[in-house]
Design a protein around this ligand. Sequence first.
Ligand SMILES: [Zn+2]
Length: 456
Amino acid sequence: MDTKIKLLLVSIAIVCVNAISYQNYKVYNVVPKTKEDVTILKKLLDENKYFFWDYAIKVNYDVKIMVAPEKQDDFEKYAESVGINAKLVIEDVQSLIDAQLKRPSSRTQQEYNWDYYQTLDEIYDWLDKVAEEHSDVVTIIEIGRTVENRVIKGIKIDYKKQERPTIGFLKGGLHAREWITPATITWLINEFLNSEDTNVRNLAENVVWHIIPVANPDGYVYSFTSDRMWRKNRNRANFTSCAHLGLNDDMSNGIDLNRNFGYLWMTTGASQDPCTQTFAGPVAFSELESISIANYVLGLQRQGNLIYYLGFHSYSQLILVPYSHVGGADVLAAPNYGDLFEIAIKSAAKLTERYNTTYRVGTSADILYEVSGSGFDWAKGQANVPIVLLYEVRDLGQYGFLLPAEQIIPNSEEVLDSLVELDRVTRQIGYYQYQNSGQILNLSIFLLISTILFVM
Ligand SMILES: [Zn+2]
């Protein structure tokens, strides 16, 4: 090959792997004190000049705003002029990203641990290794493929091999940049397989667990290679100019998977603009990832008593109860809201015991923001899974998505404590006896036929 062409190819490759730099980007914390403050901040969010880490803008709620170096003067002056106190909380975003990407130098090639954030390849290799080492209980599951042709991979843990078991579905990494969730989930898998604690053993063995650590593999990879703050998948089908929002057009190359599910799709808290973070896709279930998850969940209902659908996101320290579009007295729209709330509140209290980390409990509309088209709302509203909860894990925004790796294990430990409690309360209420909707339907048909025969 011609040397010039070689050089050109090498430089193209370098440009391609070059990640966006967040050097000297600062993050400010703002707490709106009045309704007027809320209006000002919402306007600022819509203008899109600054990068909001939080979309929930309510009186007395923290809002983290990331600001590029060249806009910091403007931002500080503006905040002062409207009387909003903007407290600098992160000096240099890139330094936190670099810290998250750090690999322990002493580690041997084969060693997998939780003192740093794993890449997709490392997670997938580890799953294979785990399946090999625990071949009596673990099976690799592949629930589908992505638009970039990556496998959406996880594992099934089945100790008892029962005919119609109690089943739990657990997933993380639906949003690419929420790195703490795949890390937490692989740690949980390790505990399910190796812990000697009686409570953890019960949790691991009484339920057949289907676990997906990275539900959005394309986005996850992209957040390592190109843009640490990437949230959506990497479907380029809706590519368009993002100049109207003052953004790079690449922003349109993705759909927010947690707005793409087919339950009340695009009714609230979602966008039809491909350049936004919450772009819901052109139609419900337009994305391979959301279709794969939904089909897999429906398949589990045919295999046994699917009682759990637990999603993991970050950050904010919340346990969310469906539905995400309702607040106040309307929360009772979810058929077993009372049970879900009781389970969530007790799980959150248990979580606090170890490190005094506090979680709030409620619907997204009440404690975060209104959302529609999310996976967990679909799991409740369409699939009718009994226990559907969503964890927003650490932290409260001190580091946000850039949570230091030293917090992976403490975060995971307290989540496991809460899951043990969650399962204990669920069992106590009687959900292990719950018959899934398929069986109920069969039962209703049986009853209907019997009635017809009886009256004939
Ligand atoms: Zn998320």
